[in-house]
Ligand binder design. Sequence first.
Ligand code: ADP
Length: 484
Amino acid sequence: MEKKIKLKGSVNITWIGGLIVLVAIGVTTGVSWLLYEHTVSLLTDNLRQRLLSIAITQAANIEPEDIEALQNEDDWQKPEWAKVVNRLKKAKDNNPNIVFMYIFRKKSSDPTQMEFVADAESINPYVNLDEDPTNDVDANGDGKIEPDGADNLQWPGQDYPEPPEETFEAYNGPLTNQELYEDAYGQVLTGYAPIKDKNGNVVAIIGSDIKVNDFLTVTRQTLYPFLSFIIFLVSAIIILSVILIRLWNKRVEIFAEVDRQKDEVMSIVVHQLLTPINAVKWTIELLESGDTTLKESLIIIQEQAKKLESLATAILEATRIQLGRLPIALAPLDLNEFFKGILDTISIQAKEKKVKLVTSVPTSLPTVMLDGKYTQMTIENLLTNAVKYTETGGRVDFTVKINKQIMSCVVKDTGVGIPKKDQDQIFGKMYRASNVAHSNINGNGLGLYAAKGSIEAQGGKIWFESEENKGTTFFVEIPLKIAE
Ligand code: ADP
């Protein structure tokens, strides 16, 4: 069963990373919102200044004497009325966002109340009240003509119902209302400026209402690309963070796997060391108790010492391969003698196990430049494995061919085969396939690792085909250089 790797580090980084991303989103959203609000408020202040300067300029344009002349309803027929209203109208028309421009003052009879003096649209304050509806004007410019004076045309001395607080404050100096307010036009801001006589006394206040919808729309339109960019940046940061977290987790996973493999290798090595050591201990005990002879004991001890030596050598070779320091020494090698030596050893093993060994090796082979030690180790290991992993009564075929300066060796057996799921890892260090790892067939999983290392170090290739319970075929190809 495959071991599940525990990823303590990766769990933490996922949580911490997730938290950082969330905080980043929160902070960025908050900061963007504050920036947006701040920019809107800056631009609104700007608008206030503009509105104030319009109100102040217009207030300076109105003659206080004209205001004094307009006291009662009947005064709308005086020339001063036409003069004042036309000035207001002109100023209003020059500023397309201004929806009302009007003059009012404290009532002389009750200074806590206000009355209108004039309005930009009120050249004929009764036009909407006469019998003939075709005369009606859209005094407030909202696109609709309300019946019976509901378009609010003012005449001198008309009550100003429920004047806002700012209308009184404007007696002390120009100001705008603090908050935008809603009316039929949408959001509106009003600027007030006092009209003073030559003694500096305030005779009336000029009010100017400006529509801010367009302004707000423009402001938003200006800010939206900026906000979109921030959203894009935040998304990019999130995506990058997710990628980084994943990469990090992958690394932690790899480290954990390497760690696990190290532990596994360590436990195999210890296990393999303990087997001969126990055998030696056990033999010495037998000798002490007089159950065996010294000669027999020495033979066993020598065998176990050889096993220890070969294990130590195998581990050493594996370490050299891993470090890329395999001491390959090319020297003239007579291939006839080479294969004869190997097959002498293997035929003994095959005979002992009653496995049929069929060889096909050309009778006259050249002398080539090869590393004898590592090449022998490889071919011997493949043949030993073939015999080792083939049941008694099975068969091993060994074929050697040389074609275009490439020597190919094929070792085919009818043995236990290598399960599909292990095939990718079979050349790994100390890897033993699942079908033999816990069997009584001895092995340390270093042979194929060393074989691959030594063949590749000489520019060759090694691969295999295998089917579980049917058999395995190993292929080796080594480029040859004929010895002088
Ligand atoms: P070992 O000492 O275990 O034989 P090797 O490195 O030589 O180590 O081989 C690694 C593993 O490959 C073996 O443990 C075995 O599972 C598998 N293997 C190698 N050769 C054969 C074969 N001819 N038939 C079946 N399995 C094989």
